[in-house]
Design a protein around this ligand. Structure first.
Ligand code: ACM
Length: 538
């Protein structure tokens, strides 16, 4: 208590000193034409935005300061400085030594205010002289930094001053998400994606405050993570992919690198080993696992539902124990996804027996089990989680068991569904999902699932039809940006006509990041100085 009071006192003193210092420099304040925070690019739209129609001049005389004794705050400040350097080519000191000429500050402040008592809540106060970001946790500060990145214009206002200066609209933002779980999934099994591809996806998702990345690490066509106790999984099972090209896999070091990179972006990685179906690659590597009575061969096609583990052999569970243990040891997040979908050649009673046994293994390694919606047909624990992709009935079973549900209905939220009949990539077995129909639905009221059972929303990207990062981006963007808003923003604050304008304003950012998004004709994309080349595919 004493320490917390002292820290708070010093923080206030420091902030006041900085503000006074800035006020002494008022003569250098530049009067920008009025700007309006409410008309900005913000996605997801914050809870409250109160514009004050002036501007903070961001330039080389701006400095970042952070609370000194608050865990992770300095790193959040350094993250912002790094992004401003890339975006604006501007070097901004973080907790500098006082020798730099400073006219305006961005202060990232740890606050114990009761208004900020949710982990991701933040408040942003932008005046002409200072920007103050208050958050209780570094995670909240990190989310607030994304908002700030979005309100800083991509282009400077060169006519107003000798040095380059970026007018940041003034006002107050109060924000907190609807759902604490906001995710996307990437299937690295049908086609493999490299560590750098995954990192770029993390960069883009975290800009939109998405905080979960689920990696689908195994399927019939490939096993993509090194398991030290079962090396043939990757040697054999990782060797190919859909279409027959060479596959690939993450070494444990690669996976740790992804997990650490995600953690820096306050993002949780969920590993998925899909079983008892979708297991052909594992069974080719170790045929004793196989339960479909046939000799397994490497598979490069896209059919589903033909493979199964043998659910009645103890050695299969010894194998699964090793896999879950090794991956859980590398995964700091609370979840382990066991798949459980489309086990069409597993007998119903064997499927139930299997899911109940594997749930115990997952729990033994300290994780919460997630499974696709079919797992609720087994007698699973209320702490396990059902991922609704196809069956409303299964979702209702999960609710009856007291489970949380992740909403990923294929006809609304699958990123691999084609935009329309002209789409060059993707499938359409669930639906065509144009950019508006991806956005215009109400997860809070979806098919009668009570709000208290909804953990959040996840948009899965399956990779049967995509084999490189350009193709990944074409299917994911811009739709995944809409899912970020559906999971963060209250339903009262969502509106397609308003969203559409904010989405159009993402073009300069997406272009600068070299994202090959689908330039949907529903959106009047803002022009930017970067040239956009849409991917070509015959
Ligand atoms: C799924 O799409 N099979 C979960």
């Amino acid at each position: 208590m004493v320490k917390s009071f002292a820290t708070r006192f010093l923080t206030i003193l420091f902030a006041s000193a900085m503000i006074i210092a800035c006020q002494q420099e008022k003569k250098k304040r530049i009067n920008f034409p009025p700007t309006d925070l409410a008309q900005n690019n913000l996605i997801p739209k914050p809870l409250k935005v109160i514009p004050t129609n002036k501007a903070f001049g961001l330039d080389r005389y701006t400095a970042i300061h952070t609370s000194q004794n608050a865990n992770g705050f300095f790193e959040v400040g350094a993250f912002l400085a790094d992004k401003l350097k890339t975006k604006l080519n501007l070097d901004i000191p973080v907790n500098g030594n006082g020798t730099e000429p400073v006219e305006r500050i961005i202060y990232i402040n740890q606050s114990d205010s009761l208004e900020l008592n949710a982990p991701e809540a933040y408040q942003l106060y932008i005046t002409q002289d200072s920007i103050i970001l208050n958050a209780n946790t570094a995670e909240g500060a990190f989310r607030g930094i994304q908002t700030l990145r979005q309100v800083i214009p991509e282009e400077s206002n060169d006519t107003l001053a000798e040095q380059r200066i970026w007018p940041v609209p003034t006002g107050k933002i109060v924000d907190n998400p609807t759902f604490g779980f906001r995710g996307s999934m990437l299937d690295v099994a049908r086609h493999f994606f490299s560590v750098s591809d995954v990192k770029k996806y993390i960069d883009l998702l975290s800009y939109y405050k998405i905080n979960v990345l689920h990696l689908h690490l195994s399927d019939d066509q490939g096993w993509r993570i090194e398991i030290k106790s079962w090396p043939k999984l990757t040697e054999i099972g990782g060797s190919t992919q859909v279409g027959g090209e060479a596959g690939g896999f993450f070494t444990q070091e690669d996976y740790k690198e992804i997990v650490a990179y995600a953690a820096k972006h306050y993002m949780t990685i969920i590993p998925e080993i899909d079983m008892p179906g979708h297991t052909n690659a594992a069974s080719v590597s170790y045929p004793f696992l196989n339960g479909n009575g046939k000799t397994p061969k490497l598979y490069e096609g896209t059919h589903v539902g033909f493979s199964t583990f043998n659910t009645r052999k103890d050695t299969v569970y010894a194998f699964i124990d090793d896999v879950v243990r090794e991956i859980s040891e590398l995964t700091p997040g609370p979840y382990f996804h066991i798949g459980g979908d489309e086990s069409h050649v597993t007998k119903k009673k064997d499927y139930i027996y299997f899911v109940e046994k594997v749930e115990k293994i997952v729990q033994k390694y300290g994780k919460r089990m997630i499974g696709w919606d079919e797992v609720a047909s087994a007698n699973v624990d209320s702490t396990s989680i059902s991922q609704y992709w196809s069956s409303g009935k299964n979702a209702q079973k999960a609710v009856k068991r007291g489970m949380k549900v992740i909403l990923s209905p294929a006809k609304r939220a699958y990123l691999d569904m084609q935009y329309d009949t002209l789409s060059k990539l993707g499938l359409h077995w669930a639906a065509y999902i144009p950019v508006d129909s991806a956005y215009v639905w109400t997860p809070e009221e979806y098919e009668g699932i009570p709000m208290e059972n909804i953990l959040g929303i996840e948009a899965p990207l399956w990779s049967e039809t995509i084999g490189n990062i350009d193709e990944l981006e074409y299917l994911a963007f811009p739709r995944v940006i809409g899912y970020s808003e559906l999971s963060w923003t209250t339903k009262e604050n969502r509106d397609w006509e308003n969203y559409k304008v904010r989405l159009a304003n993402q073009a300069p950012y997406l272009d600068r990041m070299d994202v090959k998004y689908y330039t949907s004709p529903l959106i009047d994309w803002k022009k930017s100085k970067y040239t956009y080349k849409e991917i070509k595919k015959d």
